[in-house]
Unconditional design. Structure first.
Length: 207
């Protein structure tokens, strides 16, 4: 009996070890190699989960082509079929951990509007501000350096732990950009890393 118990204990230990290894592997693979590259990345950045948008949600500067509203908070918008300028960003290309948008005369960076959960993110002139420094984590999140806050898309549906009503998506529906509901958007905001729903905060490259 003692031998059987010992064997079972060893087997259980091996299974737990294997599960931990698999979990660690999955966690590491959640990060996109292109975004994690030391030399940086330039291109579109898309939310891993599609939510209610079949084309996915990409980082986006709000406003129409030729008249982008850089004074407004940044959003995640329906990913364009072609990579238009308002969805092409750089991350860490200059080794500074900045998310940068350059277009014609513009050279602007993501800047957190504070260090409280729920704050928006604006485009501001690139500089030395700590509010412009992000790191791309092994879980595929953009974390504000020196904080426990990561870039999320807003959740318009029920809160975490609440159930959705009949016919309601638990993540809610993105805000319509046009009358045809062909383009959707959600604001970008900072929320606590890891503890919020990861469907709303994990990002990958698309190019």
């Amino acid at each position: 009996m003692e031998n059987r118990s010992a064997a079972r204990a060893v087997s259980l230990s091996l299974v737990l070890g294997l599960l931990c290894s698999l979990w660690a592997t999955v966690s590491v693979r959640a990060a996109d190699p292109a975004l994690a590259a030391k030399g940086g990345y330039e291109g579109r950045i898309r939310l891993v989960r599609f939510l209610d948008e079949p084309d996915g949600y990409c980082f986006d500067v709000p406003g129409p082509v030729g008249n982008r509203f850089t004074q407004f908070p940044l959003v995640a918008h329906t990913c364009h079929f072609d990579p238009l300028a308002d969805q092409v960003f750089e991350f860490n290309t200059r080794g500074s951990g900045q998310l940068r948008w350059t277009y014609e005369e513009e050279d602007l960076c993501f800047e957190a509007l504070g260090t409280d959960s729920g704050v928006n993110i604006d485009l501001r002139a690139c500089g030395a501000s700590a509010q412009q420094r992000f790191e791309y984590t092994g879980l595929g999140e953009f974390k504000l350096v020196g904080s426990e806050l990561c870039i999320h898309v807003e959740k318009t549906g029920p809160g975490i732990g609440e159930s959705a009503g009949e016919g309601q998506d638990r993540y809610g529906r993105g805000n319509s950009v046009n009358a045809q509901f062909t383009h959707l958007m959600r604001r970008l905001e900072l929320r606590t890393c890891g503890t919020e729903d990861p469907s709303m905060s994990r990002w990958q490259s698309t190019d």
